[in-house]
Design a protein around this ligand. Structure first.
Ligand code: ADP
Ligand code: ADP
Ligand code: MG
Length: 453
């Protein structure tokens, strides 16, 4: 087991990782940008290093400074969290070269799966169902037109390097396609430094269902069931739950496919296989080769600590359980709390937290880096916390989330707290009657709450 780990991230996930390290008796080194001196992860870690300026490319994406910090502090391993360098094959490779364990898969697996169009091509070759579309990257508009006319509109142009719901454009006809192709290319180049695109048929009202997997270095692979992440805004998840309401027959097929995919890429550590489901058909969309934002919902229904499992796998331990002795219990829901104003087009609203009170008690968990008087900085993601609940069944979990959201107090900044509450009291949500267009379709109702001063 490791003695010291450097956490190459910030915010709630850095705090989350430090907590598991504390419990395992592993020393922690935090990294931080010049803007994050006051951040909770820096205060909780045993040691910390400033790795650069406020901008991510100067600090949390600064591979050289991060590796140097790990070497200087004697950290044997780096946990990358999510976002930032977590799916960067070059960074994983650099760790390998420097003799530092990257807590995640091998760099080759990231390379195979991180490029979404290459992953898609590999899945087609392996007989995994994918959404009809291009085989690999689309280089020209003519090529895009050919594929689109073959499979039929609407189509979705997607960035090979995409993530976080960005770099996607819908086209309904040939005219729209030309525009979508150009804007997606520009957006992808800017956001990911890589303008490669591919194309899929745009599915109407699918569900987003993903499987959590864990694989050790000895070829043992298990799945920890699925999460439904269909409640999204602009292709980004807002509310997640585990398990889903899909039928067992379909779920069994999907689980088998998820395990097969792990074997195809020789996967190691924690990962997520994302699918879209339409009726009784399911399609692979991508694999996230890292821990995910919504991992606590899986922890709630399995009792497993996924960060602990990641660390154990990376240190060379065998999985201590197999598929048959995993126990799944109850239902879990997660709400992403963002510093934003839903009524002003969800504009991010950083600022000083004047008062923080969060709910706790049976089946309630609040993963966050906030504290009273903390000044949220504007440079990074607007997610400031995650409220996660567990109940004996879905109905109980939803009720618990309602009361938890009622109790949560974050004063001084605008948040999406009431917007989330509106989702929780929506009758269709309660009935399980939803898909990825839920928020878009119900936006007016969900925004129809009164503001209280
Ligand atoms: P999850 O499935 O874990 O919810 P998300 O797509 O929401 O994954 O991404 C998790 C975090 O990582 C978000 O903060 C998101 O903005 C960021 N992220 C994901 N992919 C990328 C990427 N390619 N480039 C930059 N940030 C990314
Ligand atoms: P990211 O890398 O940004 O997470 P994904 O490929 O995982 O991108 O897609 C994110 C979301 O975008 C999906 O959960 C879904 O809501 C929507 N989406 C992606 N591909 C399609 C598609 N072909 N048809 C309809 N919706 C899609
Ligand atoms: Mg995704």
């Amino acid at each position: 087991m490791f003695h010291k780990i450097l956490i190459a991230n910030r915010g709630e996930i850095a705090v989350r990782i430090i907590r598991t390290c504390m419990y395992l008796g592993i020393e922690t080194v935090a990294i931080y940008s010049e803007a994050d001196k006051e951040s909770l992860h820096v205060q909780l870690a045993d040691d910390s290093v400033c790795v650069g300026g406020a901008r991510s490319d100067e600090s949390y994406l600064n591979m050289e400074n991060i590796i140097t910090a790990a070497i200087n502090k004697g950290a044997e391993a780096i946990h990358p969290g999510f976002g930032f360098l977590s799916e960067n094959a070059d960074f994983a490779k650099l760790c390998e070269t420097c003799g530092i364990t990257f807590i995640g898969p091998k760099s080759e697996s990231i390379r195979k799966m991180g490029d979404k169009s290459a992953a898609r091509k590999l899945m087609i070759a392996s007989g995994v169902p994918v959404i009809p579309g291009s085989e690999g990257v689309i280089d020209t508009l003519e090529q895009a037109e050919r594929v689109a006319n073959e499979i039929g509109f609407p189509v979705l142009i997607k960035a090979s390097a995409g993530g976080g719901g960005r770099g996607m454009r819908i086209a309904h006809d040939n005219n729209g396609l030309a525009k979508a192709f150009e804007t997606a290319k520009t957006e992808a180049s800017k956001a990911f430094g890589d303008g490669s695109l591919y194309l899929e048929k745009y599915l109407i009202n699918p569900k987003h269902i993903e499987f959590q997997v864990l694989c050790d270095k000895y070829g043992n692979a298990v799945h920890l069931r699925e999460r439904d992440c269909s409640i999204q805004r602009r292709n980004q998840k807002v509310v997640e739950e585990a398990p889903s309401l899909l039928n067992t027959e379909l779920l069994t097929k999907m689980a088998d496919t998820a395990i097969k995919i792990c074997q195809i890429v020789n996967y190691e550590n924690a990962g997520t296989i994302e699918f879209l489901v339409s009726g009784n058909d399911y399609y692979f969309i991508e694999m996230n080769t890292r821990i995910q934002v919504e991992h606590p919902t899986t922890e709630m229904i399995t009792g497993k600590d996924l960060i602990k499992e990641q660390i154990k796998i990376a240190s060379g331990e065998k999985l201590s359980f197999n598929q048959n002795n995993l126990i799944f219990s109850g239902h879990s829901v997660e709400c992403r709390i963002n510093a934003e104003n839903p009524k002003n087009d969800f504009l991010p609203c950083p600022g000083k937290v004047k008062l923080l009170h969060f709910p706790s008690g049976n089946g309630i968990r609040f993963d966050s880096f906030l504290y009273t008087d903390y000044d949220i900085v504007p440079y990074y993601d607007s997610m400031i916390g995650k409220l996660i609940v567990h109940g004996e069944n879905r109905e109980e979990a939803i009720k618990r989330m309602r009361s938890a959201l009622e109790e949560l107090v974050i004063e001084g900044i605008d948040t999406n707290q009431t917007f989330l509450y509106m989702i929780m009291i929506d009758p269709d949500y309660a009935k399980g009657n939803f898909n990825t267009s839920f928020i878009e379709k119900k936006l007016e109702t969900l925004l129809g709450y009164k503001d209280y001063e």
